[in-house]
Design a protein around this ligand. Structure first.
Ligand SMILES: CC(C)(COP(=O)(O)OP(=O)(O)OC[C@H]1O[C@@H](n2cnc3c(N)ncnc32)[C@H](O)[C@@H]1OP(=O)(O)O)[C@@H](O)C(=O)NCCC(=O)NCCS
Length: 382
């Protein structure tokens, strides 16, 4: 889920929590209730920088999806609100300051349960803010802080690899540029053009899409989910997706027989890429690798390894707990390659399913990961 969608979900339940808490614990005018107006609208400024329209929408959304209510954020919202706005109730002997324990009681939780939920939410909120701040950082600042400048070019100085590269590119010093883009950079024009769906996707994103389709179409099609152009494009367009694109230096095109596609409308100087997202997975912050594809003529030259080193560096520099990826079990070549990059089966990876006769069915895909931070290892096996 993108940071913006996660933030919306958190805010929906935070706001609903404040609203419900005030509804139960403070005097409300019956008129407001009749009109269905949120009683806290005047107070939402503290949470939404005066955006009352968004608050109203969120409250309506929450009301229509109460079955999915996330109590952690409900309690967090009400407690945070109380921290900022001490409120009094004047029910019995004069006015009494409302406390966190009143929040817990309102939502049917014992003090110990409520405190646990509030602490958990506080930790999750800090984790989330870190992700959101990284994902909203303008690209030049992100690059300055987290991209190792010297790594944005690639030339192998190992003579055997250099020779191979020379034969593949026909240049005496084959070099590659690694360029970083956000999905916004790649798809901005598509979004502006969605009114007319027949318009072509801009050339770079179209090239990446075709490269994925070329190497993964068969694996997807053999799986339960199948291949869908539109689903893949939606995933590629996720606003938090980032792309590390390998291009022959200077935008040079490889010799025609080394080009992976005969489609002249594609950018043939692009010979591979990795896409990743800074996100959260099971209460840990991760750099999730979505795609890695090197065109067949340029494999085994260290480019995949270089892209992985780069994303792992970004992961460490941004304080992510680990890098993760998903792979179809049938892709044995890539699976062995990930082994060589020291990726292990993650604890959330689906397990083989045991049938009654003792036979077991292997999952269609696996989730692999590599821990990046020595210390943030509450889940590391000893
Ligand atoms: C998997 C893939 C990204 C690897 O990229 P690459 O650029 O060819 O790999 P590299 O040249 O960087 O490999 C470097 C190292 O891995 C080793 N290696 C290469 N292929 C290997 C394999 N199948 N198994 C084990 N080791 C392998 C190389 O010997 C080299 O070892 P070294 O670091 O000790 O010198 C590439 O093959 C590819 O794009 N495959 C098709 C797309 C795909 O399946 N993507 C994964 C989707 S989940």
């Amino acid at each position: 889920m993108s940071s913006a969608a996660t933030e919306r979900k958190i805010n929906k339940w935070r706001l609903w929590g404040v609203n419900k808490f005030l509804e139960v614990n403070t005097a409300l005018s019956p008129k407001q209730e009749r009109n269905g107006e949120p009683p806290t609208l005047g107070l939402v400024r503290s949470l939404y920088h005066e955006d009352e329209k968004e608050a109203t929408e969120l409250l309506q959304e929450a009301r229509s999806s109460l079955k999915e209510m996330d109590m952690t954020w409900v309690i967090f919202g009400a407690c945070e609100f109380l921290n900022e706005y001490p409120l009094r109730t004047s029910k019995e002997n004069g006015s009494v300051l409302l406390k966190h324990s009143d929040v817990f009681r309102t939502f049917g939780k014992k003090a110990s349960q409520g405190t646990k939920l509030y602490t958990k939410a506080g930790e999750a909120y800090l984790r989330f803010r870190k992700i959101r701040d990284l994902n909203t950082l303008p690209m030049p600042l992100f690059a300055k802080d987290y991209l190792p400048a010297g790594w944005m070019e690639y030339t192998s100085y190992r003579s055997s690899v250099s020779q191979r590269l020379e034969s593949k590119t026909g240049a005496s010093l084959p070099m590659f540029d690694i360029l970083m883009f956000t999905s916004f950079d790649l798809f901005e024009r598509v979004n502006a053009e969605t009114i007319e769906p027949t318009k072509p996707i801009p050339i770079v994103s179209r090239t990446l899409f075709e490269l994925i389709k070329r190497t993964s179409y068969t694996d997807y099609n053999a799986s339960e989910q199948g291949w869908s152009d539109s689903k893949k494009l939606d995933e590629m367009k996720d606003e938090d997706m980032r792309y590390l694109i390998v291009r022959l230096k200077g935008g040079r095109s490889p010799a025609p027989e080394k080009q992976w596609s005969e489609n002249l409308e594609l950018d043939s100087s692009i010979i591979g890429f990795l896409s990743f997202m800074i996100t959260e997975e099971e209460e840990e912050n991760v750099a999730y690798i979505y795609e890695i594809h090197i065109s067949e003529h340029f494999r085994d030259c260290g480019l995949g390894r270089h892209l992985f080193s780069l994303v792992e560096h970004i992961g460490r520099a941004t304080g992510m707990d680990k890098t993760m990826l998903t792979i179809f079990t049938c892709n044995t070549h890539a699976r062995r390659w990930y082994d060589s990059r020291v990726y292990e089966v993650d604890e959330i990876s689906p397990r083989p399913r045991k049938l009654r006769g003792g036979r077991s069915i292997e999952p269609e895909y696996e989730i692999l990961s590599k821990r990046l931070q020595e210390h943030a290892n509450k889940k590391t096996k000893s």
